[in-house]
Write a protein that binds this ligand. Structure first.
Ligand code: 5GP
Ligand code: ZN
Length: 142
């Protein structure tokens, strides 16, 4: 993809701070460093989002996440947790349309990262929950 910023980083056409690379993925620092060590894991194959992964690509990419997460955690004793996020689509805060997994090391509850989750426990009836589940289940592949 000619105009993709992450393809350019993968090809070292623009500067980046890489911490790991193999045939399938490149892991480099996010320029914004939400917290120190904030890393992106990016498949070398240009896929837009999670909906474009096949099982083989998913295995090759996601199997590396724990190894890289551990390396980041071990790099600094102040890291006491980590948020791992994969944003898919603009509505889900994806701004670069080449799929990437954010690894955001956590240092404290005031380290610059936050997530807001609504609690809708009990809002849907048991029947509505079952209908939702059935609608998903009939679309499962394989
Ligand atoms: P998204 O919002 O799509 O989940 O995340 C895209 C991320 O890419 C953002 O956190 C942003 O800081 C990062 N980013 C955008 N441009 C560059 C760049 O040129 N270099 C690096 N290293 N990160 C970038
Ligand atoms: Zn790309």
């Amino acid at each position: 993809m000619d105009d993709c910023i992450f393809c350019k980083i993968i090809n070292n056409e623009i500067p980046n701070t890489t911490i790991y690379e193999d045939d399938d993925i490149k892991a480099f620092f996010d320029i914004s460093q939400v917290t120190p060590g904030h890393t992106l894991i990016v498949p070398k194959k240009h896929v837009k989002n999670i909906f474009e992964y096949d099982e083989d690509l998913a295995q090759r990419v996601f199997k590396k996440v724990p190894m890289i997460a551990r390396a980041i955690k071990e790099s600094n004793p102040d890291i006491i947790g980590m948020n791992i996020c994969l944003n898919n689509g603009e509505i889900a805060y994806q701004s670069v349309m080449h799929s990437h997994i954010h690894l955001v090391p956590r240092y404290s509850d005031k380290d610059g990262f936050s997530m807001k989750w609504a609690d809708n426990t009990g809002v849907a009836s048991d029947e509505q929950m079952q209908e939702r589940a059935d609608a998903i289940k009939k679309n499962l592949e394989g």
